[in-house]
Every structure is written in C-alpha cells, then in structure tokens.
Design a protein around this ligand. Structure first.
Ligand code: FES
Length: 108
C-alpha cells in the first residue's frame, strides 16, 4: 500500500526528451509534470501547475535556469523547483530511470 497521496511510478517520457538546459512538459493523468535536469545533469520532476494560482507553467519562458509562469509572471528555478517570487516552491516528484524511460511518481 502506498502512503496516502502518492501514486505509483508512471511512464513520463524518454530520457532523450529532457533537454540539458530547459524543460519538458507532459501529463500523467490530470497532473501536469515539468521535467528538467539538476546541476549534476540528473532528471528531476516537479508539478507543472504554478503555485500562485494553479495555472499551467507550460509555455512559460525559460531563461538562465528559471521558468516564468505565462499567467502572472511567477518565476521558479527549473532545477530545484524553488520559487523566485513570493509563492510556494513547486512540489517535487520522485523520479526513477529505467533504461531510457523516465518514470515519475506524482503526488495526488
Ligand atoms: S498562475 Fe502562475 S503566476 Fe499566477
């Protein structure tokens, strides 16, 4: 039994789809997922919903390791999910690599 609020790992994308500097968005169920690479080049995953007002971050401009929400301009570090403007950090999801597939375990 998984802890409350967690789902099992689900296939998100290929490792090749996550750029060295930039983001890749996908959807797992109703959860938007933003994938990027941390400072060591490891793939990391965060909620793709902005913590300001739950708008989709997809389509936001990425520059100098930050994504700017296309709705009202909140900014987040794409490697850590840390908010650069006054709103909560992006929820981080567990990632597992199997072969060339990226598996993500989103929280509910
Ligand atoms: S929803 Fe992202 S800044 Fe408002």
């Amino acid at each position: 039994m998984l802890p409350s609020g967690q789902t099992d790992y689900q296939d998100a994308c290929s490792t090749m789809q996550v750029p060295k500097s930039g983001v890749f968005f996908t959807t797992i169920g109703s959860q938007e997922v933003m994938l990027a690479r941390d400072a060591a080049g490891e793939i990391v995953a965060f909620s793709g919903f902005c913590t300001h007002s739950l708008g989709k971050l997809e389509g936001g401009a990425v520059e100098d390791g930050e994504i700017t929400c296309p709705h009202h301009g909140a900014r987040f570090d794409i490697r850590t999910g840390r908010a650069k403007t006054p709103c909560p950090n992006l929820p981080r999801f567990d990632v597992k690599i199997e072969g060339r597939r990226v598996l993500v375990r989103p929280s509910r």
